[in-house]
Ligand binder design. Structure first.
Ligand SMILES: [Zn+2]
Length: 853
């Protein structure tokens, strides 16, 4: 629609829906056009008394989709206000303020004269035209001398009619809780920030809101937008509307829609609009949850404990009958918090999540809900937890190495070598670079040669998708390369033609290239086996490749991933990661029994028998094993155990007698009474029927998990393992005794694995050095030490190595936090770890901005 058509449409809507829609003029542009805002709410006269959402569109002239979307959404709300109960509820309790076009002069110029126009149409003092309105707000405003620049922000903040109009409106409407500013392009959300590269308490609110909108998009078009809060060291934009709204306490987000500023309306823009309508409806329903009537945010949401299959979370909140809590869990970064991910509804202040996979990262958040009103609190900052290992497991997080990680371009052969360890990973195709592949190499030296990989995940951080300009075109595949098939990782042709051992996981479709959200591939069992073959070579080399051709008239389908090295990289936290869970080949030991006795009513005799005597009384077999013959329990983990035993005699007639083996606690076996009154600790998990004895040469009583745990504990305590073979029969048997051979043995499988962590780090200190925060600590003197792991958390003490942003991992006894703000309070924890890795208790220190360091 032209701007005039749009005004006509809005006044027409106001005429036909006077109870719902009110059009207000909020300013006049340089060229004399009205800047209008639509108030939409049931009983619109009272709109300003309700919590509200602000929508602004097309502040950048060429980004037409915001304007078009607003008009369509207004129609949608008018048509569905009494049909859709959730929309009806939102319109009853909240208000939508929409400025479909915040830059009418520029918009008309873009429509009629120069489609690529971005700024408004004011005449600058030196005769050039236009101010970038989204650089003309006050927060972080920077004055530029180049007035002809596309991002020239004007002489001073709010020098422009458009920005002062919206400022006046926002300043006088404290009921606004959520603001969306619609732009194009990139299919990405940019939540607001405070010019600090650190987590904010409401960061999770913005991420969750965007992720929930993503779930709505994916229902309509299958598309997923990125969620990107801006990260170091990329320059953060200054003087934007989003940061102004955020500074007023409003949750503020920019939506960059589509892959082109002005797409083919029928083919692309309508899809973008269709997917955003249910998404906006969702955002609108959240407005009330950020108002004064909503419950307050949960405090100190954190991990109480975790093991290989469960996580217990705790938090602080006033105990109230009318409040309950919703807990959300995902294995994905920045996932939605809705019915799909809700794992707990609880009344108390603790929750245990069960049946989880070992050595896996889980992300949790929580909100309080008022039972009476249904209003929900903001989210607690996300807590990341990695579940612990099973007894036989180890894990390694391996970061892509610097010299073997970079991209190779078809037309950049001369420079390809210099991309390694420095540049972002460009993957796909464009006119200037040609086809580009990323190469990522991982040192496998830290994995033992006899490791058996149980699971593996590959993580990579998509940092910019603006170069992926074509909707639904191409896919990005990760391959493990055959190392014999190339000699030079920096050579495009060698890498492009290298043999793939296999494509890992599923391809990423262009519609799912989510900037700012970690992408990960989980390897299948077969893919784990392929990776396992690389351990012997000491290195694994992966290639990520994208589309190889461009449709006519297109110039770019290129995706940019972070490398985590060099001046453009986001540091260690953003490097490609290979996350491997493995076990080791088992070692086996056989223990012969020490004592074998038979205990019947009237005697205790040597030799192992069990069954029923002439009177039908039980005859017990007793045997024990000296566990001190096993390797040192501190560095050994028993993985399997079975009692192997042979019977010397069999019976011709059938009976229902079955034999159980029990783990028992007895001081000594002197009499029948001793054994009858035995303390049973555990049944060994399996029993043997008499009918099996003729068929099999040996009987195996396999220890189940509980028995194995008991055995493990006895091993650590240096106890003797005592077993009783107990006969049972439902019908009652007499005179039936099995004689067991003396060669009974305990077959134990085990792996070498440390059980306990090395000592905690001492003397952790903070200093300021080279404009950075420096942490240092004393060396932990222990041969088993593999390294130190340093974590930062902006809200609470990290009590787990995943509970925060990783700052460092390695052997040095100091590190710098390159991107930390001096002005913000935060916590650091240093964990010492061994090769399992077992993590020590954290050494914790708080950074206080008021203190001198
Ligand atoms: Zn824009």
């Amino acid at each position: 629609m032209s701007y005039d058509e749009s005004l006509n449409f809005l006044y027409e809507m106001e005429n036909t829906h006077p109870e719902l829609i009110k059009i207000e003029k909020i300013g006049t542009t340089y060229e004399g056009r009205d800047i209008v805002l639509a108030k939409i709410s049931k009983n619109v006269e009272r709109a300003d008394e309700k919590p509200a959402m602000l929508f602004t569109g097309s502040i950048h002239a060429r980004e037409w989709v915001g304007h078009e979307l607003a008009l369509k959404f207004i129609s949608y709300m008018a048509d569905n206000q009494d049909i859709d109960p959730s929309l009806e509820k939102s319109l009853t309790e909240s208000t939508m303020y929409m400025v479909p076009c915040l830059n009418p002069d520029g918009y008309e110029y873009s429509r009629k004269h120069f489609s690529f126009w971005r700024k408004n149409r004011r005449k600058n003092h030196d005769g050039t035209i236009g101010v970038d309105l989204n650089r003309n707000f006050s927060i972080g405003f920077t004055k530029q001398s180049n007035t002809s620049s596309n991002v020239y922000g004007g002489e001073e903040p709010f020098s422009e009619a458009e920005t002062s109009a919206i400022k006046a409106f926002v300043d006088s409407h404290e009921n606004i809780t959520i603001a969306f500013d619609y732009h194009s392009q990139g299919n990405v959300f940019f939540p607001a920030h405070k010019f600090m590269h650190e987590a904010e308490v409401d960061g999770t609110d913005m991420n969750a809101l965007c992720a929930n909108m993503n779930d709505e998009f994916s229902k309509v078009t299958g598309r997923k937008y990125g969620i990107h809060r801006g990260k170091p060291p990329a320059g953060l934009i200054s003087g934007s509307g989003r940061e102004y709204y955020y500074s007023k306490g409003i949750i503020a987000i920019v939506a960059e829609v589509g892959t082109k500023n002005i797409p083919d309306y029928m083919k692309s823009m309508s899809g973008s609009i269709n997917e955003n309508i249910p998404a906006l409806k969702h955002a609108f329903s959240e407005v009330i949850n950020y108002s004064a009537v909503a419950p307050k945010r949960v405090d100190e949401f954190t991990i109480e404990s975790r093991d290989a299959s469960s996580v217990t979370l705790t938090w602080k909140y006033e105990v109230r009958d009318d409040i309950f809590f919703e807990v959300y869990r995902s294995t994905k970064d920045k996932d939605a918090c809705n019915e799909r991910t809700k794992v707990g509804v609880v009344g108390g202040i603790t929750f245990t999540d069960t049946d989880l996979s070992s050595s896996t990262n889980y992300h949790y958040t929580i909100r309080a809900v008022n039972k009476t009103t249904g209003y929900k609190s903001p989210f607690a900052p996300v807590v990341k937890v990695r579940t612990w290992l099973e007894d036989d497991e180890f894990f390694k997080l391996i970061f892509a190495n610097k010299s073997g990680t970079g991209y190779v371009g078809e037309f950049t052969q001369e420079q390809n070598r210099s991309h390694f360890g420095l540049n972002s990973l460009f993957v796909g195709i464009n006119k200037s670079r040609g086809i580009c592949d990323a190469v990522m190499s991982f040192d496998m030296d830290s994995i033992p040669k006899n490791a058996i990989i149980k699971s593996a995940r590959f993580y990579i951080y998509p940092m910019n998708r603006v170069g992926a300009k074509i909707e639904r075109f191409g896919e990005w595949n990760l391959s493990l390369l055959e190392q014999e098939s190339f000699t030079e990782v920096t050579d495009f042709h060698e890498i492009e033609n290298a043999t793939s051992k296999g494509v890992m996981g599923r391809a990423i479709q262009s519609s799912k290239l989510t900037q700012g959200i970690w992408n990960h591939w989980s390897f299948s069992k077969h893919e784990c086996e392929l990776l396992q073959e690389e351990i012997a070579k000491g290195e694994a080399v992966f290639r990520l490749d994208g589309p190889k051709t461009l449709p006519d008239g297109e110039d770019s389908q290129m995706m940019q991933f972070d490398i985590g090295y060099g001046q453009y990289g986001g540091g260690i936290h953003y490097r490609p990661i290979l996350d491997i869970k493995y076990t080791l080949e088992n070692e086996k030991i056989k223990l012969a029994s020490d004592t074998r006795t038979t205990i019947s009513v009237d005697k205790v005799e040597e030799g192992l028998k069990s069954g029923f005597d002439k009177e039908g009384k039980r005859v017990y077999g007793y045997l024990d094993f000296d566990l001190t013959q096993l390797p040192d329990p501190q560095t050994t983990m028993i993985t399997q155990c079975a009692l192997r035993i042979r019977n010397n005699n069999t019976f011709k007639t059938k009976s229902d007698v079955r034999y159980y083996v029990e783990l028992v606690e007895v001081d000594e076996v002197g009499t029948y009474e001793d054994i009858k009154n035995r303390e049973k600790i555990e049944y060994i998990g399996y029993e043997v029927a008499e009918s099996d004895m003729g068929n099999k040469e040996c009987q195996y009583f396999k220890f189940d998990t509980l028995s194995k745990n008991v055995l493990d504990a006895m091993h650590q305590e240096g106890k003797k393992l005592k077993l009783v073979i107990k006969p049972t029969s439902a019908l009652g048997m007499k005179n039936r005794i099995v004689e067991w051979n003396d060669d009974a043995e305990l077959v134990i499988k085990y792996i070498p694995k440390r059980r306990t962590a090395v000592a905690k780090v001492e003397n952790l200190k903070i200093a300021k050095e080279n404009k950075m925060i420096k942490l240092s600590w004393d060396k932990v003197e222990d041969e088993a030490l593999t390294g130190y792991y340093v974590v930062r958390n902006s809200f609470h003490t990290p009590n787990h190595f995943m509970d925060g942003v990783k700052i460092y991992g390695g052997k040095d006894t100091y590190t710098y936090d390159n991107f930390a703000s001096f002005d913000k309070e935060k916590y650091y924890a240093v964990f010492a770890y061994d090769d399992v890795p077992n993590f020590s208790e954290p050494a914790v220190i708080k950074y206080n901005p008021l203190e001198k360091y």
